[in-house]
Design a protein around this ligand. Sequence first.
Ligand SMILES: NC(=O)c1ccc[n+]([C@@H]2O[C@H](COP(=O)([O-])OP(=O)(O)OC[C@H]3O[C@@H](n4cnc5c(N)ncnc54)[C@H](OP(=O)(O)O)[C@@H]3O)[C@@H](O)[C@H]2O)c1
Length: 332
Amino acid sequence: MLTRYGGPEATELRDGVPEPSAGPKEVRVQVRAAGLNPVDWKTREGKLKVIRRFPLPAVMGNEIAGVVESVGSGVTRFSVGDRVYARVDKDTMGGLAEKAVVHEDHLAKMPTSLEFEAAAAVPLAALTALQALRDELRLGKGQRVFISGGAGGVGTFAIQIAKHFGAEVATTASPRGDALVRRLGADKVIDYTRERFVDSLRDYDGAFDLLGGDDLARTFSVVKRGGSVVSVAGMPEPETARRDLGRGLALAALFWAASFGTRRAAARHGVRYRYLFMHPSGSDLEELAALIDAKKIEVVVDRIFPFADAKEALAYLEGGRAKGKVVVRMSS
Ligand SMILES: NC(=O)c1ccc[n+]([C@@H]2O[C@H](COP(=O)([O-])OP(=O)(O)OC[C@H]3O[C@@H](n4cnc5c(N)ncnc54)[C@H](OP(=O)(O)O)[C@@H]3O)[C@@H](O)[C@H]2O)c1
């Protein structure tokens, strides 16, 4: 439970939290496991307040796997007992609880080959990777893509999805993540602790930035003119406000100013820059479930924590060294 914005002390475990009920087109899920993502600690710290302010206290948690317990009016695609997974509604969070309510359109049957813990590791990171590579970079066969930070939650999915699309993949990883990213299919791995990726990569068709900051600034020089850089870790830009957040001119103007330097750097290299906020999508999760069940995508779980240690789990993720995903197992 997030009680105020701040450090780890701003969260607490609580009993007796009122259970949400399923409204029209909503499904109530008995949560069996919840995945963690950097957005959880960024939200806790208040870093995203300009975009979204949650009335506090708020139940944290953005992705779940579990069992359908009840369905609201108008729900047609799910029944009690279905094993499902979802990236929960961005405006409510609520995944780190025994029960969570999800809109039918955001939900999908979870991959049949997975346990709840691995299924809960999929939605947010895999949707991000799919939407960035398919919808923004429009990655296709034979193209070359650079994915920075390949060993983390998003990167482990992105490498495999890019390979599935037939692309050639270069990524950065430390020796701790080297074997993992190679196993997932990376064709070229740059050890960022010893080498600058700008020294060995040139004329890539596109790049997917998972690091932001100086890494993003350097990424523009590895992409060829006319190519695209899609970031989920750099500065949001005006299109982010309009397309991803459905917001008006005020936020677009703020993002225009905040991303000015980044967009100027992109323009200097003749490269398109786009900051993406992923969106929940049941149909995309169906596509991912099929790829997982067909063994085209492996779900990499670094650690599973019991719910009683959810705070430790978040601290572990916040340490920035996770290989794949961090998951919290609910008690039932
Ligand atoms: N906009 C959106 O919709 C959206 C959605 C999802 C995620 N995101 C953002 O995307 C970013 C990545 O998320 P994530 O879940 O993948 O994070 P994560 O799992 O916490 O990433 C950790 C991984 O990053 C690697 N890493 C750290 N510094 C690195 C560097 N300089 N070069 C290469 N690898 C490095 C670490 O490897 P080593 O231990 O080997 O260093 C570790 O394996 C976060 O900023 C997150 O907030 C945004």
